[in-house]
Design a protein around this ligand. Structure first.
Ligand code: COA
Length: 154
């Protein structure tokens, strides 16, 4: 059996104010079963625009001439050791039509390499507890569970 060839994936930096990206974020939230408060969502989307290329980097991904997803990395100083940079994959989406072909793996490897090239030693992310596929994906790439993030909201 021959190993699958990694797909060619091109990354393109998001242009602030890209309405298509905002619509795609809503599709992503819906798929993940997240129902963000509209005020929170509009503030978050405008924050993404404001921080683009400063400490938050969002990329469209394409294979050939077709868009196939997006990825977002935030780079921040470690709270206690500010000389250290921590990379955080804040959002990550492969369009349903392009899944299980290795696109996500290539995108994630590129995000890790990007964070490392900007000084990050560690790369972290959060996964919703309902997102089993997301957990399996990140674990397949070598990520390990380090915390359970808990929330009290009544
Ligand atoms: C999770 C997601 C990014 C995976 O993208 P993808 O391009 O399909 O992933 P790949 O094809 O690169 O898969 C790499 C490996 O991850 C694991 N994996 C991916 N999808 C999986 C699934 N549905 N079930 C089990 N394992 C899976 C497999 O080990 C796979 O290797 P294999 O195909 O050789 O078995 C994609 O399904 C997605 O965007 N989901 C919705 C958004 C989301 O959950 N984002 C992550 C938020 S934390």
């Amino acid at each position: 059996m021959s190993a699958r060839r990694a797909p060619e994936v091109q990354l393109e930096s998001l242009e602030p104010g890209d309405e298509e990206f905002h619509r795609t974020m809503w599709r992503y939230w819906r798929e993940l079963g997240v129902d963000p408060n509209p005020l929170w969502a509009s503030r978050y989307l405008s924050r993404i625009d404001d921080e683009q290329g400063i400490d938050r980097f969002t990329f469209w991904a394409s294979t050939g001439s077709e868009r196939c997803g997006f990825a977002m990395v935030r780079l921040q100083p470690d709270w206690l050791l500010p000389e250290r940079t921590v990379g955080y994959i804040a959002e990550f989406y492969v369009f349903p039509s392009h899944r299980r072909r290795g696109v996500g793996r290539v995108m994630a490897e590129r995000m890790i390499a990007f964070a490392r090239s900007r000084g990050a030693e560690d790369v972290e992310l959060d996964v919703l507890p309902t997102n089993r596929r997301g957990m399996q994906f990140w674990q397949a790439l070598g990520f390990t569970l380090s915390h359970h993030h808990m929330r009290y909201a009544r």
